[in-house]
Design a protein around this ligand. Sequence first.
Ligand code: 2YH
Length: 271
Amino acid sequence: MTRLCEQDICSISEMLKNYDNYLLSKTSGRLRDIAIRASGRDNIDTDTINSAKKTAVVPLTSGEGIIRGFSETVCSILRYLGADAFVTQKTDVAGLSQAVDEGAEVIFMADDLTFSAINIKSGRTADNGEFTGKGYCAALDFMSGGVSGKNALIIGAGPVGCGAAQFLVAKGACVHIYDIDMEKSEQLKRSTPEIVIEKNLPDAFGKGVELVVEATPSKSVIEASYLRGTEYIAAPGIPLGLSAGAVNKMDGRIIHDALEIGVASMLFAVI
Ligand code: 2YH
């Protein structure tokens, strides 16, 4: 799992409005619309959505420690979406206590392996991997005029790929999975029998793929030669999993960010 670095996130807060406009122009949906669709709670009432939930982001020092700007960036995304969000001054267990003492209903925190949102009133939780996968597929749903009946290829059967598979299968797409580790693909198929396992990436692209989810932590997984240029690509992986040639060929049909869609989707999944 990729650990974000300061450089990946340092301009997110100041660029949020621009990114939202970019999403609107590319997908016809705003960050908020995409995240609500991803949460699977499209019927969530407007009062719930618009009530500014007190939301704390707790910095965690465990493992590799604090990523400078991480908590503040998560907080600014949450505020942008209307949450009454703050970063606790204290870290770790003391920070969690502070969050509860100050009345937070929703808590966001991340260590090296897991990034969770927890609603301490309802008990709802959201994992960043799962909701990043769902969020990017909701973006594809907007972008492609609906994923139902379309051929989708997911590359990578980790938490993001599994979240993507759940969303796409539920929306009626024909889902194919490729992972360099066949056992991971087989594990996903056991929980989601509708998916088709692909053994070879260039061959998988040769089967009329319309939607692609690149959910690996590797660079240049997708080469320009695999693409026809008519696909829509969701690329949540850090670093970007397309070669420079593939990016040129697909310019304007790729969705890629470091945090925004995942964090937004987590919020609407737990409020
Ligand atoms: O970036 C990460 C991990 N790769 C988990 C991501 C899950 N998709 N964690 C962030 C660590 C943040 C740090 N503990 C802090 O600043 O609080």
